[in-house]
Design a protein. Structure first.
Length: 254
């Protein structure tokens, strides 16, 4: 959450300067909006409620771009890990799907890079509506340095997630080597990332994929379920509870 708060603070820096305290509270509150919407789409709009009215729309758009870098990192690294994982445990079903995901990720990266240039030209067009011009201007002004910061922070958060799962599995006595973890855990997160998730079903989705991917490594299904559930509670459950308490305190910290 601290890493995500820093990313949110960096994302809205050129729109509205916010303190780190305000960033962490907004991030916690966003967890509440995220859990109530498919694929956590309500996370960023809920965070943006703490911004000034004239900055909310731009903050939402840039916030989505910053947040989108984490699924991008998860998909790319997870696809690489999945190819290795399938080649060892399920060589008969290895096909071009992981390659297709890599190609899709590459297209997404290229789009992310060229989008600001395209929007800068649109921003200079007098026919663009004044209502959407601030949004276009905010995206057009995203620099390569900002994108690099977003990706770097997403990589750090991704590494934290993977390390947490590895330590949690080991804590519950599940025998898994570092080499196996480098294949299995990113695969689990990649599958979770590309799967549409309904409100309140994220924990069940993670548990299902953990059981599926870790089955060739460990047959202790109840322990895997317990470890994955506790990990979700630490990363999502506690921030949601804290965010609920902070939800009505917007005026006090803004």
């Amino acid at each position: 959450m601290l890493t995500e708060a820093v990313k949110w603070q960096c994302a809205v820096r050129y729109i509205e300067k916010i303190s780190f305290k305000k960033a962490i509270i907004s991030t916690m509150r966003g967890q509440v909006g995220g859990i109530a919407t498919p694929n956590k789409l309500g996370d960023i709009p809920t965070r943006a409620l703490s911004l000034r009215d004239e900055n909310k729309a731009s903050g939402i758009v840039i916030g989505f771009i910053a947040t989108w870098t984490l699924p991008l990192v998860s998909t790319i690294l997870g696809t690489v890990a999945a190819i290795k994982y399938l080649s060892i445990y399920y060589p008969e079903i290895l096909n071009n799907k992981p390659k297709a995901l890599l190609i899709g990720s590459a297209i997404a990266i290229i789009t992310l890079v060229i989008l600001p240039f395209f929007l800068k030209k649109m921003n200079g067009n007098n026919r663009v509506s004044s209502k959407i011009r601030p949004i276009i201007n905010a995206i057009a002004n995203i620099s390569f340095a900002q994108i690099g910061i977003f990706v770097t922070l997403s990589c750090i958060r991704y590494a934290i997630f993977c390390s947490q799962m590895f330590l949690m599995l080991r804590f519950f006595g599940i025998v898994i080597s570092i080499a196996q973890a480098l294949m299995a855990i990113p695969t689990i997160y990649a599958l979770t990332t590309i799967t549409p998730i309904l409100p309140g079903t994220e924990a069940a989705s993670r548990i299902s994929y953990a059981l599926l991917v870790l089955k060739p490594i460990s047959q202790t299904c109840p322990t895997i379920t317990l470890a994955t559930s506790l990990l979700w509670a630490l990363n999502c459950g506690i921030p949601i509870i804290l965010g609920s308490f902070l939800f009505n305190k917007t005026e006090k910290y803004c």
